[in-house]
Design a binder for this molecule. Sequence first.
Ligand code: TRP
Length: 329
Amino acid sequence: METVLSGIRPTGNLHLGNYYGAVQSFVKMQNEYNCYFFIADWHSLTTHPKPEDIQKSARTILAEYIACGIDPEKATIYIQSDVHETLELYLYLNMNCYLGELERVTTFKEKARKQPENVNAGLLTYPTLMAADILQHRAAKVPVGKDQEQNMEMARKCARRFNYIYGVDFFPEPQNFYFGDNAIKVPGLDGSGKMGKSEGNCIYLFEDEKTIRKKVMKAVTDSGPTEPNSEKPEVIKNLFTLMEIASTKDTYDYFDEKWNDCSIRYGDMKKQLAEDIVKTIAPIRERIIEISSDEARLDRIARLGAEKARESAAKTLNEVRKIIGFRPY
Ligand code: TRP
């Protein structure tokens, strides 16, 4: 069975974009692959050296993942900082990564521009830590967005270079995993193309029905079509895309027809969309509340995940130590 790995930084709560764009696919993937889903709390130190309550942030995502249907018995779900084997691999990989190539990574340049007072070495070696996350499980596939492509290229370079330097065929080159037809880009409610927490246009999975309705009713629209069968402007297209994702085909077709014959009432459409989103989120929200309230259970889940992840990482590191010439564990 192929190994798939995905990491998420614990900066906030999961929203509809995360859910439809990734987490829903993870829930399916856990039946077909050997899955590792982890919370990259070390990575968040590159931008937030003094995190507010890093354990709570990690627990929040953990609970939300579980509430969405990720099963800790099927997949290995863990918190990065629980697996210190990663750091040893991070060190070895750093020895074979070069300043020039790390400096050329766009995300590094962007972050360096954003925080000129804190261009730290962790920020520079962010891709190496990410490579260690992936390679410690010898993962074959990594579901990532476009913004992570350069980091993935670095991870492949790390794998190739290690194999070349030590004359082995040990690390597979991890491939970007595209969800294929299931790749869903969830638009924002503000008419922009993408729902994202930095855009401030999200519906969060923990939000109650009233909040969701209010947010959807406020979604940006225009003054309506004036000619039959005209092309939809961007904001309206986005609203329809949301409906395509959250509602049934019949509902979508109904409003599409209304658009085409110019009788559409956005208020009605948004009301329907809100109900359909509520239908998806309400049960997830209930589970989030239930799971978050059970500290002991979350603890057990985190510990189980850490155990499984450490076992896999230690196996890899043991080989790595032998390959380089150190005494095995
Ligand atoms: N860099 C990823 C992001 O910002 C998070 C991440 C860290 C990750 N390590 C990873 C993703 C390993 C995939 C694999 O989204």
